[in-house]
Every structure is written in C-alpha cells, then in structure tokens.
Design a protein around this ligand. Sequence first.
Ligand SMILES: NC(=O)c1ccc[n+]([C@@H]2O[C@H](COP(=O)([O-])OP(=O)(O)OC[C@H]3O[C@@H](n4cnc5c(N)ncnc54)[C@H](O)[C@@H]3O)[C@@H](O)[C@H]2O)c1
Length: 356
Amino acid sequence: MTQRIRVAVAGGGIGKAHMVAYAKLTDLFDVRYICDLNDQKAREAAELIPGCSTTPDINEVLADPEVDLFDNCLPPHLHAPMSIAALEAGKHVICEKPIAGSLLDVDRMADAAARSGRQVFPVFQYRYGPGYRAAHELKTRGLLGKPYVISLETHWQRGPDYYAEPWRGTWKGELGGAIVSHACHIHNLTTHLAGDITEVAAFLDTRVNPIESEDCAAITMRTADGALVTSSLTLGAAGNTSRFRACFEHVTMTSSTEAYRIGGGDWRFEATDPARQAEIDAIVAGFSDGLERFSGMFTEIHARLNGKLDIFLPSMEEGRHSIELMAALYDSARNGRVVRLPLAADHPLHQGWLAA
Ligand SMILES: NC(=O)c1ccc[n+]([C@@H]2O[C@H](COP(=O)([O-])OP(=O)(O)OC[C@H]3O[C@@H](n4cnc5c(N)ncnc54)[C@H](O)[C@@H]3O)[C@@H](O)[C@H]2O)c1
C-alpha cells in the first residue's frame, strides 16, 4: 500500500498551477497548506483542494511535523534559503526554477539534503508530455543516433504588467533575466536528450523592457554527446511560442510550439532513411497520452518517495547543471569568451553572477 504525501505549497502564483495538479492526484497527495503573504491569492488557491488551510507564515508549516513535502513556489531569491530551512525541518522539497542563484547555494542545498536524509526535486516539467516522452523513448532504444544540431526558440512576450511584480527583472529578486527564468526549461530538455553542456558562447542584451537583467539572447553551445546547439531567446515576440528542433543522425524531430507545453502537443519525427519511418511511427504512436507537466512530475515524485521506480524524475544533479550553465552564460556574455564546463570550484561566478 502506498502512502499519501502531505504537502505544504508556498507561493500562490505558479503554486496555484501546482495546486491544480495536486487536485487531480488526491489519491497520492494530501495538500495541507497553501502559504502566501497575500491572503486573497492563498484563499483562491486553497479553494482548489477541500481541507487545505491558508497561512502567511512559512514557519508555521515548517513546524508542522505532519508535513512531508514543502513545495517551494516562492520568488527566486527565496528558493535556496527556504528550501534549506525546509530540509532542516525534515521535509522533502520541490523547488521551482531557478533552484538557486549560485553553485555555492546549490551545494548548500545538497549538503542540507544529505544531512537530513531528505530529497530535493527541481522543477523541470517540460519533459512530461507525450511528444517529449516519445523522443526520449527513441533515444533509450538507440534509434536516434548521433545528435548533430539542435535549434531552440523561446520567443515570448512580457511587458509592464509582468514586471509590475517588484522582484521580476531585478538581479536580487529574480536572480537574473530570461536565461534564468525562461530558457532554463528548454535548455534542460536539451541536456536531458543530448548530454550536459560542455561549451558556451553567449550574447545577452536588455532590449525589450526597462529591467536590470537580460531579455534577449543569442547562445551557442556544445553538448557532451557532440550536439551543436543554438538557442534564440526574446521576451519581445508577438505572442508566446517555444520550439525544440533536433537533427539526429537517424531522426529529425520538431516539437509543438505551445509555450509551457512543448513536451506535449504534436511532435513530428522524420526518419532520415524513409524506409525506417514506419518503425519510428509505431513507437511514437505508443505515446499519445499520459499525465503532463506538473501532474506527470508529481506522480513520479510520489513513486520515488514510496520506493517505486520513476521514469525520469529531474535530479539534483540536473538542477545543479542548470545553475552551472547560467553562470557560464553570464561569464561568456560579460567577458566575450567561450566558456567550458564543468566550471572550476574557484570560478569567479561560483558564488553567484548578480550584477551590481
Ligand atoms: N515551472 C514553470 O513553468 C514556472 C512558471 C512560472 C513561474 N515559475 C517560477 O516560480 C517562482 C514564482 O513565480 P510566480 O510567477 O509564481 O511569482 P508570483 O510573484 O506570482 O508568486 C509568488 C508568491 O509568493 C508569495 N510570497 C513572497 N514571499 C513570501 C513569503 N516570504 N512568504 C509567503 N509567501 C510569499 C507572494 O505573495 C506571491 O503570491 C519563480 O521562481 C518563477 O521563476 C515557474
């Protein structure tokens, strides 16, 4: 028999979308609290789950011995400190992106997890969708071959209403700009499918909104499996689209373009050798449904915490690599150089990349 996991969600912004997912998984999760300084946001989120209490006080939920899992949906600058506090209080942690603003803080989180015997689950929900699941299955079966090039687009629209929230667009609050908040998901899909990033060269600019951090980027990268990656990013597009297109030796794949949901939707898989198209199509056809995004990820967290196998739950190592990539991109853009990863422990941005 599996146990329902007792959850406290902190932050009623994207935390409300997490609550929507928990509401579909009431046999797996028992959400006890939604915690937000803004009482109205807390109450609106609490309505999604009968019996869920509201509180503005994180210490109250951390002091409750019945809470197993702290779901950190707070603004970025609170991710590392509140996750460490939750681990020290004996809770497992789900942490929204970016999990921290430095490699130093990621390592502090990992140390706190090791000391408490609890786990940290970085949020990378894009992989939970039938399109990406099919891509991953083709890779697992050895049908993709060498990755040649991967082309990424994160072309979103963000304006004054988005930046009305005071933490956004600031170094101290958001811990960076669009490479931290918007491109991290598609970069994670890339590393999951084609290996960790080993080299980067980046141009970052602030061109769309009057903010401190970047909102446009042109990035080139190489992965451990040899893929050459280009990543184009702007928050000044007409509408919101993301796209993941990869040319492997045997298959060229193109994602759907729905922002937030590119793991789902209609992906196209074209065999390089037309004679193998039917074989590819038959495998892809097996991935037409399944739980998507947060519901998919949370289902796997429940499996992991109940000692069962998960398919590909994002690991703390992936969370760390994502932060390492951000540090490397800022180094490259600021110093006009190609940066190689992994970064040395004495790298100048090891303790963070916040600009003055
Ligand atoms: N995975 C995704 O697709 C995704 C999407 C959107 C946002 N995010 C991430 O989620 C995080 C939150 O973003 P958001 O858009 O929800 O922000 P938000 O500002 O809309 O929500 C954050 C909430 O936290 C509350 N809060 C702040 N400090 C608090 C405190 N000390 N105690 C209790 N409540 C507090 C605020 O009142 C606010 O309601 C960010 O790191 C963002 O990057 C992830």
